[in-house]
Write a protein that binds this ligand. Structure first.
Ligand SMILES: Nc1ncnc2c1ncn2[C@@H]1O[C@H](COP(=O)(O)OP(=O)(O)OP(=O)(O)O)[C@@H](O)[C@H]1O
Ligand SMILES: [Mg+2]
Length: 383
C-alpha cells in the first residue's frame, strides 16, 4: 500500500492546520537522519507547522541530545550507519525519561522493514515511507503533537485546579478565623455592656425588694418578680455568651472539652466518658487548632443528640509523636445510607474542612449498626 493510498483525503497543497500549544510554547521535535538532503526536506515540512525543531545526523547524537532535553516527538530514519533507527529507538525507550516519547520511523518503500516493525506495534510509534509526502508527514506529526498539547493542557488545568482549591481553602480558613474573632468580640461586648447593666439593675431591684417588705407588700412582690426576671435574663445572657465563645476556651482545650461534655450530659441525659491519655495533652496546640477541635467536638456531640439514639458516648484524647488525637465514639444506630455525603448538610463537611485546613486527618467508622466513631488527628506545632 502506498502512502497516498493510506491518506486518500489528503491532496498535495491542501491547507494544513497548525497544532495550537495551550501555553504558547511550541512542542519540541527531534529529527534524526544521516542523509543531509532528506533531513533538510523533513525539517522544512515540520518547521512549517510552528514546531520547535532540533536535528541530529546519527542515533548517537540523538541519544546525547535526549540527555539534555525532552521531546514531544522523534522522527527517526531507519537506515543509518553504526546504529540504525531500531537500535536507537530501543535505547530511547529503554530510558525512563524518554520511555514514552512517541517515535515516527522514516523508512524506505513499503515492505522493506515490515518484519522489524512487528516489535513496535504497541505504544506511541508510527512509520512513514520515503520519499516523503508532506501532507502525510504533517498529518502523522499533527496527531502526536495534538496529543502532546492535550496532555500539557490537562496538566495546566490540574495545576490551576490545585491552585484554586488551595486558595479556596485559605479563604475558608481566613473566614473561619474572622468568624471566631467576631464571635469573641460579640461575646465580650454582651458580657461587658449587657452583663454589667443587668448586674446594676439587679442590685437596684434587690435593694427595692429588701426595703419594701411588709410595708408595701404589693411593691415587694413586684420587686420579687423583677428580681426573678433579671436572674433569668442574666442566665440566658450567660448561655448566649457561652454559645458564641465559651470563656472556658481561654483556660485551654482540655478544660473547654470537659466543660462541653458536662453540658452535653446535662442537656441530653446521655452518659459520656472522657479519657485523657496524656496529662497536658493540649500543650503546643495553637489557638486555631484548639478552637477547631472544640467546634468539631461541639458538632459531633450535636449530631449524636440529633441522629444517633445513643446511650453511651466515649471521648478519647491523646497525643503522640507530634500528633494530637481525638476520638468520639457513640453506641447509636450508626450513619444510615450515605450519611457521610448527605446533600445540604454541613456539619460533617465543616468538620472535614476544619481538619484539612490544619493538615490533619479524619476517619469515620459507621454504618454497621455498631454506632459511629470519628477519629481525628491534627499535627501539633512543635517549637
Ligand atoms: N453520630 C451519628 N450517628 C448516626 N448518624 C449520624 C451521626 N452523625 C452524623 N450522622 C448522619 O450523617 C448525616 C450528616 O451529618 P451532618 O452533621 O453533616 O448533617 P446534619 O446534622 O444532618 O445537618 P447540619 O448541617 O445541621 O449539621 C446526618 O444527617 C446523619 O444522618
Ligand atoms: Mg450536624
Amino acid at each position: 500500500m502506498s502512502a497516498h493510498q493510506e491518506f486518500p483525503a489528503l491532496k498535495s497543497g491542501s491547507q494544513v492546520r497548525e497544532p495550537m500549544p495551550p501555553d504558547g510554547i511550541p512542542a519540541s521535535v527531534l529529527i534524526v537522519d544521516d542523509n543531509p538532503s532528506k533531513l533538510k526536506a523533513v525539517v522544512s515540512v515540520v518547521s512549517g507547522m510552528g514546531l520547535d525543531v532540533t536535528t541530529a545526523n546519527s542515533g548517537r547524537e540523538a541519544l546525547r541530545l535526549l540527555l539534555k532535553q525532552d521531546f514531544a516527538l522523534i522522527l527517526l530514519d531507519v537506515k543509518m550507519p553504526m546504529m540504525d533507527g531500531f537500535e536507537t529507538a530501543t535505547l530511547i525507550h529503554g530510558r525512563p525519561r524518554s520511555a514514552h516519547t512517541p517515535i515516527i520511523f522514516i523508512t524506505a518503500e513499503a515492505g522493506s522493514d515490515s518484519d522489524r516493525f512487528h516489535g513496535y506495534t504497541l505504544g506511541a510509534v508510527d512509520y512513514i515511507y520515503s520519499p516523503i509526502v508532506p501532507e502525510v508527514l504533517c498529518a502523522k506529526v499533527r496527531v502526536f503533537v495534538d496529543l502532546f498539547y492535550l496532555q500539557r493542557k490537562l496538566l495546566l488545568q490540574a495545576d490551576e485546579l490545585r491552585e484554586s482549591k488551595m486558595m479556596l481553602r485559605e479563604l475558608a480558613s481566613h473566614q473561619e478565623l474572622i468568624k471566631e474573632e467576631e464571635r469573641k468580640r460579640i461575646a465580650r461586648e454582651i458580657h461587658d455592656e449587657l452583663g454589667q447593666n443587668l448586674l446594676a439593675l439587679r442590685i437596684d431591684a434587690s435593694m427595692l425588694h429588701a426595703r419594701t417588705g411588709d410595708l408595701h407588700p404589693r411593691l415587694h412582690q413586684k420587686a420579687s418578680y423583677a428580681l426573678n426576671q433579671i436572674d433569668a435574663t442574666i442566665k440566658s445572657v450567660r448561655g448566649i455568651i457561652n454559645d458564641l465563645r465559651p470563656p472556658v476556651l481561654d483556660l485551654g482545650l482540655q478544660a473547654a472539652i470537659e466543660w462541653q461534655i458536662e453540658e452535653f450530659r446535662r442537656r441530653s441525659g446521655i452518659a459520656c466518658d472522657i479519657m485523657v491519655r496524656d496529662e497536658n495533652f493540649d500543650r503546643d496546640l495553637g489557638e486555631k487548632s484548639a478552637t477547631a477541635l472544640f467546634r468539631i467536638l461541639q458538632e459531633s456531640l450535636t449530631n449524636i443528640i440529633r441522629h444517633a439514639q445513643a446511650t453511651q458516648v466515649q471521648v478519647d484524647l491523646n497525643r503522640d509523636n507530634g500528633w494530637l488525637y481525638m476520638k468520639i465514639a457513640d453506641n447509636g444506630v450508626g450513619m444510615q445510607g450515605n450519611g457521610h455525603n448527605k446533600a445540604n448538610t454541613f456539619g460533617l463537611a465543616g468538620i472535614k474542612e476544619r481538619i484539612s485546613m490544619l493538615g490533619g486527618d479524619l476517619q469515620i467508622d459507621s454504618g454497621n449498626g455498631n454506632g459511629t466513631i470519628l477519629a481525628i488527628s491534627i499535627p501539633l506545632i512543635l517549637p
